[in-house]
Design a protein around this ligand. Sequence first.
Ligand code: UN1
Length: 496
Amino acid sequence: MATKFKNFINGKWVEPDSGKYFENINPASKTEVLGVFPRSESSDVEKAAQAAENAFEKWKEVPAPKRGEIILKAAQLLIEKKEELARIATREMGKILMETRGDVQEGIDTAIYMAGEGRRLFGQTTPSELRNKFAMTVRAPVGVVGIITPWNFPVAIPTWKIFPALICGNSIVFKPATDTPESAIRLVEILTEAGIPDGVINLIFGSGSDVGKAIITHPKINLISFTGSSETGRFIASECGKRLKKCALEMGGKNAQIIIDDADLDLAVDGALWGAFGTTGQRCTATSRLIVHKKALDDFSHKLLERTKKIIIGNGLDQDTQMGPLINEPQREKVHNYVGIGKNEDKAELLMGGEPHAEGKCSQGFFYKPTIFTNGNPGMRIAQEEIFGPVVLIMPVKDFDEAIKVINNTQYGLSSSIYTKDLNLAFKAVEKIQSGIVYVNSPTIGAESHLPFGGVKDTGNGHREAGVTAIDIFSEWKTVYIDYSGRLQKAQIDTE
Ligand code: UN1
C-alpha cells in the first residue's frame, strides 16, 4: 500500500476537505506508485490563507537576522538530507541522481545566501534636498504569498521562492507540481524542523485548475510567484491584473547556443549535449537550437551525433544512466507530436532519434530517444515553440550577424550561449543577444543561485529570481523622511 500524504496547514498535517487523493507514479517505472496525495479544493486554500494571514502578524515582527538563523538551520538539514532528497526527486521526476543532487545543492546554496540576507536586507540612505531632513528606504514584507512551482526542479525552484519570501518576513501558501509532491513534503518538513513557526508555511496539493486558481484569486494572498508555461503565466498575469496583485512569472524558453567556426568544437559539443539532453531537455534553460557557422557545420554535427549515440538512457537511480525519462505520458506524446511536425517541415532533416525508447526495462517508463534535427530555419515551428524534451535543431548560418538575427528570432528570451575564441565577437554577442542570461563558452544551463535568474520577452514579466533581485520580488520599498528642523519645510518649493 502506498503511503497517504496530507496537506500542511497551520503546522498540522491534515486531510483535504474533499477526502479525495491522487496517485503519483515513477516516470521510469509507471507501475510503481510512490504515494497518494490530497486532491484539494478552494476550501483547503481558504484555510491555508487564513492560517498564513494570522501567522504573518508574528513572523513579520521576528528580526530578519533571527529569521536568517532559522533558514541557516534549514540549510544544514538540507545538507544532511541531500542524498535522501535527491533520491526522492529522481524517483518522482526521473532525472539522474547527479542532477537531483545538483537540484538539492541549488536549494542549499539559496538557503545559505538568503540566511545571510537576514543581516543585510539593505535599504538606502541619501541626502534630502532640504536642510535638517533625513531620507532613507527600508524593506517591508508583502504579506501572504502564493508560490506555485513546476516539477523539473522539485527542490531548487521552490527554494528560490520560499527562502527569499521567508527572509523578507512573508508567510506562504505553497502549491507544488502534482508530479513531484513528496519532494515538497520533505522540504516543508525540513523548514518545520528548522523552526519555521506554525502557519508561516502551508502546503496544499492539487491541480492548477482547482488549487492554483484558488491561490491566484484569493483576496488574502498578495503576491503570486510562479514558474511554468507562458500560457499559464498569461492567465495568472491577467487574473492578478484584475485584482492589482503583484505577480512574478518565470516562463518558457527557446534557448540557443551559437557555435562560431573558430570555437573549440569538442567543448561546444560538450556544452550542446549537456544543454540539450541534461534533465531530458526538460529545463526552462534547455538548449533547443544550435546555431552553427556553415564552416563548422559538418565537423560539429558529426561530433555531436557520435557523442549522442553513446548516451545511456534509463532509470535515473542507476549509476550508469546519463538520461532519464520524460515526466509523464502526455509530455511524451507532446514531444513525439513535435517530432512529427519537424519531419513534415520544409527542409528540416531528422538526423537521429525521433521515437520513444522502449527497450528492456525502459518499456515501463516514459523514455524518449535523444533527437537531432538539422537544416533548421527560424520559420519552422520546431524552431519557435518550446518542446520541453530531448529534441534539438541545428540551424546553419553564414556569419555572426546572421547568428544574432536567428538567436533573437523567438518570442522567448531566457538563456543564450556563444562558443568562440574571438573576444570581440563574444562581447558583441553579450550586447546584442536579447535574453536574461548569456553564457560565453559554456552551455545555456548552469545558473547560480546568487545571480539574477529570469528572462525577457514572453519568458518573464520583468522580475528576476535568485540573488539580491529576489528580495525585490518579496519585499516592498518603504520610503522614510525624518524632518528634524522643527518647522514646516516644503519640498520642491522652499529654497532655504
Ligand atoms: C529551470 O530550468 O527552470 O541553470 C531552472 C539551470 C538551473 C536552473 C534551471 N540552475 O539550468
